[in-house]
Each structure stands twice: as C-alpha cells, then as structure tokens.
Design a protein around this ligand. Structure first.
Ligand SMILES: *[C@@H]1O[C@H](CO)[C@@H](O)[C@H](O)[C@H]1NC(C)=O
Ligand SMILES: *[C@@H]1O[C@H](CO)[C@@H](O)[C@H](O)[C@H]1NC(C)=O
Ligand SMILES: *[C@@H]1O[C@H](CO)[C@@H](O)[C@H](O)[C@H]1NC(C)=O
Length: 533
C-alpha cells in the first residue's frame, strides 16, 4: 500500500519530465522538408529600363574616339525626361483643326498642395519599386554575349516548369588545345546533374547549384555537356534562373525561364455553321435611372437577337424590375458608379465574348454583331470597337492612340491622340488602335483580366484602355453601327463631332471629378501629366 502510494507520484513525475524531452528530441530530429525562402522585397537595383536612358549611360570604354551627335536621331530615343505641353493653334477654323489639332496638357501634381505632395511622392515610389520587383523577371534582364567566347550556349528560349527538370540545350566549349578542359555551371534557383556519364570526364557537384566538369579530351567534355540536366528546386513560378557558365578566362550567362504553361480558358460555343450570336455573345450594360432608355435598348436588341443574354448592372436609387427571357438584372447599392457596374456586369458573363453597350443605345439593322464576332474569331485582337450614330446622323468611332513616355522619378507622361496605328488586312473597315468607343465586343477573359477599376465612380472610359495598354490588342471597325438615343445638349458653337468627342474625350463635370481623376492617374498609374488632342 505504501509502495503504491509512493509510486504513483513518481510515475507522474517521470511522465512530466519525459514527455517534453521526447518532444524536444522529436523536434530536433525530425527532417525539415521545407527550406525557407526569402521573397520579401529587396528594394534592389534600378527600376528603370537601361535602354530608356538614351545616351546618358554611354559606355566610357572607347571614350578617346571622337563622335558627332545626330540630334534628329537622339530625339527619337526616350530619355526619361518627358514633358506635357499645350500646343495652341492660332487659327481656330474647323478644317485647320483637323490637321493641326489643339493639344491640351494636364498636370497631375497640381492636385496636391506642397505639404501633401512630399508624402504622396514617397509612398508612390515605394509602391512602384515593389511593383517592379513583382513584375520583373530575370528573363527580362539584358544579357550580352561577350566577343570571342569559346563557350556556346542558348541565348534565350530555355524554359522549365516549376520544380521540374530539363536537358539544357546548346552547351559546348570550342577552346584551343590545352592539358585540361574545364567548364563550370552555376545556378541560383535550381541544381544540375548529368543524364549520362561520359568516359574521361570528371563531374563534381551533382544535385548542387554548382557543377564542375573537366576532361583532358575536348570531345568527351562536349559530349558530356549535351547531358546536362537542370532541375528547378526553388518554387517561384514566373521568374527565371540566370545560369553562369564558366571556363578558364571566359564567362557567359543565360536565363532559364521558370514558369507554368498558361492554363487555357476555352469556351465551347457549339458546332453550327456560321456564328450563333446567342451562344457566343452576352450583351452587358450598366444603367442608372434611365429605365425608359434601357427598355428601348432591350426592345431593339430583341428585334435582331431574340435569345442573346443581356446582363444589366443597376445602381439606381429605386430600382425598377426589368424582366424577360435571357435577362439578368443585378441591383447594386445606390450610386456605386460606372466602373463598379461594368465590373459587376462582366464578372457574370459566361460566353466567349461580351458586347458592351450603353443603356441609351439602340440596335438597328446596321448593328451586325456577327461582323465583330468574325473579326475576333479570325484575328488576334482581344477587343474590337464599333461605331455610334448620333440622332443627327453623325457617326463616331472614337479611336485613340495611347503612348507613355518615361519621365524618371517624377512619373511618366501619357499622350493620347486621335487616330490609329494600322489598317487590318482582310477587314477593310477595321483598324488597330489603343482605345475605342463605349460600344465594343471583347474576349470575356481578357476584359475580366484588365477589369474596370471600381474606384472610378464618375464618368470614366479611357482609364480602362490605359489599364489595358500592353494587355489588350485593340481594334475598331466603322461598319458595325449602333444608334445613340440621347440628344446631347451643348453650346451651338460646337459641331456634332466635337460634341460627341467632348463627351468621351475628357468627361469632367466638376472640379472634384477632375481632382479625383488626377490623383488616380498620379498615384495608381504613376503618371505626372497627360496631353490630349
Ligand atoms: C494640404 O491638403 C491637406 C489635405 O487636403 C490638408 O489637410 C492640409 O491642411 C493642406 N495643407 C496646406 C498647407 O494647405
Ligand atoms: C570551377 O569550380 C571549381 C570548384 O568550385 C573551382 O575550383 C574552379 O576554379 C572553377 N573553374 C572555373 C574555370 O571557373
Ligand atoms: C444558338 O445558341 C443557343 C444558346 O446556346 C441555343 O439555344 C440555340 O439553339 C442555338 N441556335 C442554333 C441555330 O443552333
């Protein structure tokens, strides 16, 4: 009895002591399968593209050789010092306007007062550096192949899936005769190995980031170099491993891109002959208070496309019910705004294409959606605009060219001009441009990718195309025409074309809207100013 009483606490004591010890031992002994990686922003390097510096970083290597600058050519180079300037047109006649358009410049910095600006600038450049680190891949870096290098290697096009292996193509050494030939390979995101062993070649560092090969016979070494296998070990898709290739006295670098195959997003739209618009297209619109206009639009669509789906985003105060077959009516909180509505509408589209219309448009016999479908089916364009005909008969396509010029620390300059880049072969009424009117057909997945920034509550349009620059391949066709039901009341002095233009060009109903937009451009798009004609 005594013994037992004594034993119990001892057992408990033993347990209390051993459990933590066992835990500790287990913890220290258990293999650690996960290496920690540092993916924090490094704030390293210059965010600027070296090639966007004109001649400012001209190499000093041959400084003693004289040269003469050709100003007309140097002017073509970007120099990171863009400016936005008004171009006044002294003679204000319509036909001169056409050839010498007035250019308006808007500076975005002015929306901040001096004390605010400093902090905003700091935050913007911080955000910008992080953005550059996120989006830049080592595969974008400039790699120069040095002259007379005895090394042969791939300059680009080598790619590996994350954590998978490839045979590195194109490696060889063309050196003059010597006792021993040596080549080293060094990676930073993966390891090397050989898929086969070649006689007479010494291989060191298999399954490591640094592989050394040496052989007294050049041929054997080169044979061995054909069997080099690279395995990506550090998981970080959409980056690149810059491999250093080393032989006595010579070095070369090349990039192995690390990325997934893009997962396709394909739409099965049936197999009939010709285009079934109902299966391919969803019509999306955003309405606010204008139910009479919206009902006219729906009625006009149904005359030509009785079964095409219509998606309506509605942020009216007292929403009215819009019912009917193939209609989806989404009620949003009051006054959520123009881009929020567009965003909601496109998020619900399940067809391959989405046709954007304003709620005061009217379909007519000229609104041949098939024609726009045909353009997107047969070209690489992502988005194609049509034309809008005003009640007066004036027809607008609102084609815009957008270009961005680098401006260094202060931000870049954006320039928007009427016009287009190219005609499109096989489609005589269509052109390639950067921005189009509010009536366009687009690949659904591409517009969803770019999105309509919901913070733009007020009149906004071009902002979408600015966000899409570099992501969307945009076209415009003048022979697919939708009617515009609203009459625009504007001063007599303006011609019809100017009225339409003014509506889309720079919609700014109040100082507050302009300020909101300028702060938006300044920070989000890191621009300092804009010019428009
Ligand atoms: C600058 O603007 C901020 C915010 O609009 C305001 O709080 C501040 O008082 C202004 N400063 C000056 C010196 O006007
Ligand atoms: C290759 O790497 C080995 C081991 O790291 C080193 O000793 C040798 O000097 C290197 N050779 C060349 C040509 O860089
Ligand atoms: C067109 O597509 C719609 C929706 O997918 C389908 O209901 C209709 O039967 C198709 N029309 C023809 C002629 O195949």
């Amino acid at each position: 009895m005594r013994m037992r009483l004594y034993r119990k606490p001892l057992c408990i004591l033993l347990l209390v002591v051993t459990i933590p010890v066992v835990f500790l031992v287990l913890l220290t002994w258990s293999p650690k399968p996960y290496n920690a990686v540092d993916i924090r922003y490094q704030a390293r390097g210059k965010p600027e593209n070296q090639m966007e510096n004109g001649l400012r970083f001209l190499s000093q290597k041959y400084a003693h050789v004289p040269y003469t600058i050709k100003e007309d050519v140097v002017r073509l180079l970007t120099s990171n010092s863009c400016q936005c300037q008004n171009v006044d047109n002294p003679i204000n006649l319509p036909f001169i306007q056409k050839y010498l358009p007035h250019v308006w410049a808007h500076s975005f910095e002015n929306v901040y007062n001096v004390s605010e600006l400093e902090g905003v600038k700091k935050r913007r450049s911080q955000e910008y550096r992080s953005f550059i680190e996120r989006t830049q891949s080592p595969a974008d870096l400039l790699i120069v192949a040095k002259a007379n290098s005895p090394l042969e290697y791939p300059t680009q096009g080598v790619e590996v899936r994350p954590l998978q292996s490839i045979v590195v193509p194109g490696l060889s050494l063309q050196a003059s005769s010597r006792d021993e030939y040596r080549v080293n390979l060094t990676a930073t995101l993966g390891t090397f190995n050989v898929a086969a062993e070649v006689q007479g070649v010494t291989v060191q560092g298999e399954d490591e980031m640094h592989l050394s090969l040496s052989s007294p016979q050049l041929e054997n070494l080169n044979r061995q170099l054909q069997f080099i296998v690279y395995t990506n070990t550090r998981f970080h898709p959409d980056t690149a491993d810059t491999v250093l290739l080393d032989t006595d006295g010579h070095q070369a670098s090349f990039a192995i891109k690390v990325r997934y195959r893009v997962t396709p997003r394909l739409y099965n739209s049936g197999s009939e002959e010709g285009y079934n618009v109902s299966a391919l297209v969803t019509i999306a619109t955003k309405t606010f208070l204008r139910y009479d206009k919206l009902r006219d639009l729906i009625e006009s669509i149904r005359k030509f496309y009785p079964t095409v789906s219509i998606i309506i985003a509605d942020d009216s105060d007292k929403p009215e019910k819009i019912q009917g077959p193939f209609i989806e009516h989404y009620i949003m909180p009051f006054g959520k705004g123009w881009f929020a509505g567009r965003n909601l509408a496109i998020s619900q589209v399940t067809t391959k294409y989405v046709l954007w219309v304003d709620d005061d448009f009217i379909f007519t016999a000229n609104t041949k959606v098939e024609k726009l479908v045909d353009v997107l089916e047969k070209t690489s364009l992502d988005l194609v605009g049509g034309a809008v005909r005003e009640v007066t008969g004036y027809t607008a396509t609102f084609r815009q060219k957008i270009s961005v010029e680098s401006g260094g620390e202060e931000g870049d300059c954006i320039h928007i001009r009427k016009g287009y880049h190219h005609d499109i072969q096989g489609f005589p009424n269509c052109v390639i441009t950067d921005g189009v009117i509010n009536f366009f057909l687009a690949r659904t997945d591409k517009v969803q990718q770019v999105g309509f920034d919901p913070s733009l509550a007020r009149a906004a349009h071009l902002e979408f195309f600015m966000d899409g620059l570099g992501k969307l391949h945009v076209g415009s066709c003048s022979d697919v025409i939708v009617g515009h039901a609203s009459k625009i009341k504007l001063p007599w002095t303006k011609t019809e074309s100017e009225k339409t233009y003014a509506k889309f060009r720079y919609p700014s109903s109040s100082d507050n809207d302009v300020k909101a937009k300028h702060t938006f451009f300044y920070f989000k798009n890191r621009l300092k100013c804009m010019t428009m004609d």
